[in-house]
Design a protein around this ligand. Structure first.
Ligand code: TYM
Length: 353
């Protein structure tokens, strides 16, 4: 076979995949297909996915239904889903090891969402801070999907009876709600759903701040203070050189403001340990020069993002392979989801034949 015709992935069957998964803990996580993925998505979620893909039974998906709350243009949806898929794979996620699928390919998810909606109260959903934020940001579009967002998210997780969910700090409250809804189902109908926990490799859940120090890095806000996995080297350099700093520490070992701490966290993730240690010592001894510090971070960040960007760009040209990956992912996800929805139906009493 010529190089040009060679498939990008050697896809194994879903039966093959299912063998050997039985004893592994079940993990679920998703990323909305709105906008371009950024460092918050990478360090808050994707890097965990990659580290977990061998030891766990992983279900990772593109949350395209969730993206509908903001009414994306229908002609953009496919390219958004393919981009998220490609950026995950380019970051190191192996579609042979995990189930990598589109949420809308698993109809059992909306079915469970409907069931859970009967156990969830309007009042508790109205109190959710992310809902209140959205009401403030888009008062013209406060749709029911926004209100019940945490219920759909719980359905995404519970449909595979997952126990671990790798997410960034901004999703912790949604996870708490998923646990509550699971417990509510169990107490009404009988023990069925495990209560899923946030998964993290360190003590703290990751939160990457926007480079201007205003809130978390996010797909849609502060575009110039957000580094995307699709940014080229020069864009990355410019954004980092503009990152918020200050006059510098005025006494030794001063506590860092969060925007400086954020730059150090990023450096720790992409630079050599001794490089980070030297700059940290400089800070603690009040001799740090933010210009040099940011220059180093910019170079290391550009070198880190470059192979991901290049690989993702290549992958996005190969729609056939991406389609095959989605199909296989859907098969794997439905194999699990169909068994669990049947269990939930029976417990509820939807058991007529
Ligand atoms: P989304 O698409 O906003 O973000 C995807 C993942 O990236 C993490 N993340 C961050 N982590 C650290 N710092 C940041 N600045 C940052 N920004 C984003 C998020 O925590 C998330 O892990 N509701 C979810 C998608 C979802 C989901 C699920 C997740 C739908 N169903 C079920 C887990 C399980 C969301 O909007 O993520």
């Amino acid at each position: 076979m010529s190089q040009a015709n060679k498939p990008l992935f050697n896809i194994v069957s879903s039966e093959h995949y299912l063998c050997g998964l039985m004893s592994k803990e079940i993990v679920v996580s998703g990323i909305r297909s709105t906008g371009h993925l950024h460092l918050g998505n990478y360090f808050g979620a994707i890097q965990h996915y990659i580290k977990m893909q061998d030891a766990y039974n992983c279900y990772f998906f593109v949350a395209d239904y969730h993206s509908l709350t903001t009414h994306p243009d229908p002609k953009d949806l496919k390219s958004s889903v393919f981009r998220v898929l490609a950026e995950n794979i380019a970051s190191g996620l192996d579609p042979e090891k995990v189930a990598l699928y589109a949420q809308s390919d698993v109809p059992e998810i909306p079915e469970l969402y409907l069931m859970l909606n009967m156990l969830v109260y309007k009042g508790e959903l109205e109190k959710v801070p992310t809902f209140k934020d959205k009401v403030r940001q888009q008062p013209e579009n406060v749709n029911a999907g926004l209100l019940t967002y945490p219920v759909l998210m719980a359905a995404d997780i519970l449909i595979h009876r997952a126990v671990k969910v790798p997410v960034g700090k901004d999703q912790e409250q949604h996870l708490e709600m998923a646990r509550n809804f699971a417990a509510r189902f169990n107490s009404r109908y009988g023990d069925f759903f495990p209560e899923p926990q946030v998964f993290r490799f360190s003590d703290e859940t990751v939160k990457i701040l926007s480079l201007d120090g205003n809130g978390k890095m996010s797909k849609s806000e502060n575009v110039n203070a957000t580094i995307y996995l699709s940014d080229d080297d020069d864009t990355i350099r410019k954004k980092i050189m503009k990152a918020k700093t200050d006059q510098g520490p005025t006494e030794p070992n001063m506590v860092m403001p969060d925007y400086i701490q954020n730059l150090f966290s990023l450096m720790q993730m992409v630079s050599a340990p001794d490089v980070t240690a030297t700059h940290r010592d400089n800070y603690n001894n009040c001799v740090i020069r933010y210009g040099d510090f940011k220059k180093q971070l910019a170079e290391d960040m550009a070198a880190f993002v470059k192979p991901i960007r290049e690989h993702a760009t290549e992958l996005q040209k190969d729609h056939d392979s991406l389609r095959k990956i989605l199909k296989l992912g859907a098969e794997k996800a439905r194999a699990s989801a169909s068994v669990n929805i049947e269990g939930a139906r029976k417990l509820i009493g939807i058991n007529y034949y």
